[in-house]
Design a protein. Structure first.
Lengths: 251, 191
């Protein structure tokens, strides 16, 4: 079958290929010829792009507002994860490399006096590191351990007012299904639950929050929601898996 | 200042999305979200599934927007391809999950051909290229247009089409063949 020289037949085969109804051995033969023959390949690509426009001609249907909320939540969670990754990969801003340089040159030294000098140098470096760490350490002001109905802890939540963020750490073995998301809720007294955000799949994550989000909130809860979560005003739609008291640290 | 064509406007939004501009993604969603949901619904048939498809498609668009320019596709066609491929993925997953319940799956997807009921086409935001296809599809009989659309959008073989549309296999083959032949002659004028 020399379809490469038969224009109408070539067009028809290319169109059937793009449509998807050319199947099995016929499809494989057509693709094999297309790889060798530029005319056939061009016809196939032209029809692929022509029929791709089929997707543009469908009647629009207005999506539920929750769809955008879920998209935004998933993108926020992804951006957070990327930011966290950058933070982790950034080189430590301390004198660690300098220390190892010192160590290497100092290791040539002999004698107690030299060793004493080394100890002094290290003590200064370590002291500087400690001060640096203390300065950048999160100031934890609120803590909650969220547990399931059997009181098995699943999530440790802390609020850091200085960096205005919640830190979440998974402590149990719970992992939601791939088409579900966990969502964190503040349970203000006498008010409807308020979403604090959708929880990513990582073992630990941070989410931005203001002190107003957690102040005077006696408890937090985590519900199981469709992937990407649900809008805050709707409240949890899935089961509440974990909950616990939010405690303000006074020291 | 001349008004931007839909193609130019959507391409500009995709360029901004490529630069991680979340506002642009929201504008893009407002512009084409409904259109893409309509497409997803046509492929998967169920509202809940279709909304999942649109959600996944927008995450994909967000991630791969930097690659859009290199594809040389009109913006709606490119986004349509993403939605179609996500929708087909979902159907494959559903089919695998329900392997023991094929009967039920066929029932869900079944659709009867009403030869006189035109499935209206919509050209809002369509690319130039889609306009040509629209003109040519409009010349087909409704049933020919319908089998061609379903074959493409749901990636169905002749046999699967016959099963879903409850039509004899020979009829489906004839309609497709005639439909493609008319399409070929008509599209040649736009080349």
């Amino acid at each position: 079958m020399n379809f490469a020289a038969n224009a109408p037949l070539l067009e028809l085969l290319a169109a059937s290929h793009a449509l998807g109804t050319l199947r099995g051995g016929a499809r494989r033969r057509f693709e094999a010829v297309a790889r060798d023959n530029a005319t056939v390949r061009a016809a196939a690509l032209v029809w692929q792009s022509r029929l791709a426009s089929m997707a543009e001609l469908q009647q629009p249907v207005a999506p539920d507002p929750a769809v955008w909320t879920r998209i935004r939540n998933l993108i926020d969670a992804e951006q957070q994860a990327i930011a966290l990754q950058h933070q982790r990969n950034a080189p430590a801003p301390t004198a660690a490399p300098a220390t190892s340089g010192w160590l290497r040159s100092l290791s040539l030294w002999r004698g107690a006096a030299a060793a004493g000098a080394l100890a002094t140098v290290l003590a200064v470096v370590v002291g500087a590191n400690l001060r640096e760490q203390l300065r950048s350490a999160p100031a934890v002001q609120y803590v909650a351990v969220l547990a399931n109905d059997q009181s098995a802890p699943a999530m440790l939540v802390t609020f850091d007012p200085k960096n205005r963020q919640l830190t979440l750490q998974r402590v149990g073995g719970y992992q939601e299904a791939s088409d579900k998301s966990l969502q964190l809720w503040a349970l203000p007294p006498g008010g409807a639950p308020r979403s604090l955000g959708v929880i990513g799949r990582d073992a630990a994550m941070r989410m931005p929050a203001s002190e107003a989000d957690v102040r005077a909130v006696p408890a937090l809860a985590i519900s199981l929601e469709p992937q990407g979560g649900v809008p805050s005003e709707r409240g949890p739609t899935g089961p509440v898996l974990f909950h616990g008291a939010l405690i303000e640290k006074t020291l | 200042m001349p008004a931007l064509t839909p193609d130019a406007e959507l391409t500009a939004l995709l360029d901004r999305v490529a630069l991680r501009d979340q506002t642009a993604l929201r504008l893009l969603y407002d512009r084409v979200g409904g259109k893409l949901l309509g497409l997803a619904l046509r492929v998967v048939r169920q509202r809940e599934w279709a909304e999942d498809v649109v959600q996944e498609a927008f995450l994909t668009i967000w991630r791969v927007a930097p690659d859009y320019r290199a594809t040389l596709s009109p913006p709606m066609a490119w986004m349509g391809l993403i939605v179609r491929s996500r929708a087909l993925d979902l159907l494959r997953r559903q089919r695998a999950d329900r392997a023991q319940l094929t009967q039920e799956f066929d029932e869900v997807m079944a659709e009867t051909m009403e030869s006189d009921a035109a499935n209206p086409m919509d050209t809002a935001d369509a690319s130039e290229q889609a306009w040509a296809l629209h003109q040519c599809l409009a010349q087909l009989e409704n049933k020919q247009r319908e089998v061609l659309s379903l074959a493409y959008l749901r990636d169905l073989s002749h046999g699967e089409l016959a099963a879903q549309l409850k039509l004899p296999l020979g009829t489906v083959k004839t309609w497709i063949r005639r439909g493609l032949d008319k399409l070929r002659l008509c599209m040649a004028r736009f080349a």
